[in-house]
Design a protein around this ligand. Structure first.
Ligand code: GUN
Ligand code: ZN
Length: 433
């Protein structure tokens, strides 16, 4: 009996950060590669022939016209918004009030929360996403539901109960004390349990009083290995609202900084309209910025300056922002990041896009020693991309001069049909192979 499995085909590996150095130096594809999986981990990544010869007992899965990649890591999602994705015609604050808050209210029913958590993880696994960092609702059971659904699927997960104690409807507000107590109880229940990590989650400055922000800042100081996720400078009228609500603050980031909510394990979603001081502060080691390109175009928020912020050395992640984002697919999200780059005159290479959707996001979540790359010792979360998944993509693949051209066509045109296989901790969990 063997519990070794050998995946043979083209493999994608990293030796650096393609947002900081030439992509050719940081990202490699070996068209004759192999990945050896043993006990849920990657035991070796090498030439396919060499691994085959050294491990004749391993069960072999061979992939043609495909690319063996790390599982996708989606660094900012709202799983409770699964059922209202693609809701028409509103900008941020109206969109929250019209579509989002009523749906989040429905998760007051634990059975519904469980159903949506399962539906969300199954949908995203089918799109090749093996780890997400998710907001939940204000209800603690909504976080339990997602952690539980991820545990059942063997998935690495980051999540947190959303905290809001004002400027939100009746039924979707907690208090300073309950936000602290409920978040603390969830940390004790889930943080570091199996593959789970907790993210302290003040939704955004407009929906937390300064007292709640301070309480959550104190909780983070008491649990410094937790992440902290929130939103930052997404839309201009949101920023004006923050200015009115926090007249003492130097800028939006300062509303977090002043309450102990700026730190290297911080995740700041959107961050489109930043002031020079905010960028300087973030560049000093204040956490990661999460680019949500389908959301930023769908809700009409603006064009994130990926290249400019990367040049400042700020850690960057990529995310769908489901359901403000218009897709569950990290392929579609990479395509949107490419298009936003084009609108700013700074197109990203396929190598940079796929690095952001895997290692870049994993690094921002401080999970780079666990997931996000194919390397010995990493957990075996692997997504195999078909490079000819539809007739339109197949004809472009056939005309491609190299595998990078093929990969780019799949990034731009692919969807869940391009997910040939998904492995989670070495177990097959989805795909079409
Ligand atoms: N800002 C505060 N809450 C949200 C949310 O749910 N989605 C997005 N896109 N922005 C937000
Ligand atoms: Zn969001």
């Amino acid at each position: 009996m063997t519990n070794q499995r050998l995946l043979l085909g083209a493999t994608l590996t990293y030796s650096g950060n393609p947002m900081q150095s030439a992509w050719e130096d940081a990202v490699k594809i070996d068209t004759q590669g192999g990945v050896l999986i043993e006990n849920g981990r990657i035991a070796a990544v090498d030439k396919g022939d060499a691994l085959r010869a050294a491990h004749p007992q391993a069960e072999v899965t061979r992939y043609a016209d495909a690319l063996i990649c790390p599982g996708f890591v989606d660094a900012h999602v709202h799983y409770p918004q699964t059922a209202i994705i693609a809701s028409w015609g509103k900008r941020l604050i109206d969109w929250l009030n019209t579509y989002t808050f009523p749906e989040e209210m429905r998760l007051s029913d634990p059975a519904y929360a469980g159903e949506i958590a399962a539906r969300y993880l199954d949908l995203t696994l089918a799109h090749g996403t093996t780890t997400v960092a998710s907001y939940c609702t204000i209800h603690p059971h909504s976080a339990d539901a997602l952690f539980q659904a991820a545990e059942e699927r063997g998935q690495r997960i980051v999540a947190g109960k959303t905290c809001m104690d004002h400027n939100a409807p009746e039924g979707l507000r907690d208090t300073v004390q309950s936000a602290y107590d409920d978040s603390k109880a969830l940390i004790e229940r889930w943080h570091g349990k199996g593959r789970a990590s907790y993210a302290i989650t003040p939704r955004f400055s407009p929906t937390s009083t300064p007292e709640q922000l301070s309480a959550l800042g104190a909780l983070w100081a008491e649990h410094p290995t937790c992440l902290m996720q929130t939103h930052l400078s997404e839309q201009t009228d949101e920023i004006e609202w923050v200015r009115d609500l926090f007249p003492e603050a130097r800028d939006y980031l300062d509303t977090y900084e002043a309450h102990g909510l700026l730190g290297e394990r911080g995740l700041y979603g959107h961050a489109i309209h930043l002031e020079p001081r905010e960028i300087d502060r973030l560049a000093e080691g204040g956490g990661a910025l999460v680019h949500c390109p389908t959301s930023n175009t769908f809700i009409g928020s603006g064009l994130f300056d990926m290249t400019g912020l990367a040049a400042r050395g700020i850690p960057l992640a990529l995310a769908t922002d489901t359901g403000g984002g218009s897709s569950f697919s990290m392929l579609r999200t990479m395509a949107a990041a490419y298009e936003v780059g084009q609108l700013r005159g700074t197109p990203l290479h396929a190598a940079q896009l796929i690095w952001l959707a895997t290692a870049g996001s994993a690094r921002s979540l401080h999970l780079q020693d666990h997931v996000g790359s194919l390397a010995e010792g990493m957990e075996a979360d692997i997504t195999v991309l078909s490079l000819d998944s539809t007739p339109a993509i197949a004809q472009r693949h056939a005309a491609a001069k190299d595998i990078w051209e093929s990969l780019f066509a799949t990034i731009m045109m692919g969807d869940d049909r391009a997910i040939a296989d998904v492995w989670v901790a070495g177990a097959r969990r989805g795909g079409r192979a």
